[in-house]
Design a protein around this ligand. Structure first.
Ligand code: AN0
Ligand code: CP
Length: 338
């Protein structure tokens, strides 16, 4: 594996989930695989979970790890070509990337959507520049449009959580929730992509799953990620009989109105009925609450719901170490010619 951006990059999902469980049983099983090799983790944006879990994953595989916070100590980077660099940016990404490539064997990159230019974001411009100019395998640690390490961890969590009444298909509902600021679409895009791949009868998770998205009008996600998903604009109806509720805010994806790309539509106070609370959870099948974190309490979800014994937010975070270990292991195997 040389790139990790989409669900397809991991190949057979059942095999990937089995590998995740194998690593969970013995995290250090492959500790000699990365000996003498270096992982470089590049952060253009803040992080708690990704920073810690991905470092831990690389260490599980015996690697050395370098973490670079681009905005804390490095030169300010220009990313556009053709710009006369007379401002505050001292270095261009097109030199910085091959330089970074000199010091490592693989690269993880966190670079959020700017949410100003939809075409630039949806082309994954920064990610593909890293692939092209670093001559190293590159994996996404949340890029402009995707967060696959999170979606893989979420899938592991759903797969290993038994239902109160087993033997049925799992119903997974992803719900938009309110937020005062514009957030990227990367988490919901990836979650949808991975859930749809997992709902495939043949290649998906054991027992299958039904995936539903609920959101207010105007927040439709890009069809490349959600094609085939059931969309239900009535949140209460969507929650009926759910086994898993995955809450997330995202800003306008600009699918129906390109000029609204990246915006919070209207006043978020008018959308507070979408906050996940006991009211919605009451119509579910005693659903597990999920969120990638960080989460704003009593905005996305109430204290009671996130603190309930059925909440999976901490197991999801724990599984980030597992998903990252599987992904880096796959990249190391390719580098070692296995
Ligand atoms: C980011 C987002 O919504 O994409 C990161 C989530 C993992 N969240 C915030 O910026 C609050
Ligand atoms: N879920 C997640 O990616 O968290 P961080 O932004 O803290 O890394």
């Amino acid at each position: 594996m040389k790139t990790f951006l989409n669900a397809q990059d991991i190949g057979d999902l059942r095999q990937a989930l089995a590998e995740a469980q194998e690593i969970k049983r013995d995290k250090l099983k492959h500790v000699s695989l990365g000996r003498g090799m270096t992982a470089l983790l590049v952060f253009f944006n803040n992080s708690l979970r990704t920073r810690l879990s991905t470092q831990k994953a690389a260490q599980n595989l015996g690697m050395n790890v370098i973490v670079l916070d681009v905005n804390a100590g490095a030169w300010k980077l220009e990313t556009e070509r053709g710009v006369v660099m007379d401002g505050d940016k001292s270095e261009h990404l097109l030199e910085a990337i091959p330089v970074m490539g000199c010091y490592c064997d693989l690269i993880g990159i966190r670079s959020f959507a700017g949410l100003r230019d939809r075409d630039y974001d949806y082309a994954e411009t920064v990610y593909w520049q890293f692939v092209r100019h670093s001559s190293r395998p590159v994996f996404a640690m949340e890029t402009a449009t995707v967060h696959p390490l999170q979606a893989f961890a979420d899938l592991i969590t759903i797969d290993e959580t038994p239902l109160a009444s087993p033997g049925r298909r799992k119903k997974v509902v992803m719900s938009w929730a309110p937020h005062p600021r514009s957030l990227p679409q990367a988490v919901p895009n990836s979650f949808a992509q991975w859930m749809l791949a997992a709902s495939d009868e043949q290649a998906g998770i054991e027992g299958g799953l039904d995936f539903v998205i609920t959101q207010p009008h105007g927040y439709e996600l890009d069809p490349q990620f959600v094609r085939g998903a059931r969309i239900e604009y009535d949140q209460m109806k969507a929650f009926e009989g759910a086994d898993f509720v995955y809450a997330k805010n995202w800003s306008c994806p600009g699918v129906t109105c390109p000029e609204d790309y990246g915006k919070v539509l209207g006043d978020y106070h008018d959308y507070l009925s979408w906050t996940v609370s006991e009211r919605q959870m009451a119509v579910t099948n005693n659903a597990h609450f999920m969120h990638c974190l960080p989460v704003r309490r009593n905005m996305i979800v109430t204290d009671d719901v996130i603190e309930a014994p059925t909440s999976l937010v901490i197991p999801e975070a724990a599984n980030r170490e597992i998903s990252a270990t599987v992904v880096i292991k796959r990249m190391l195997e390719a580098l070692r010619g296995r």
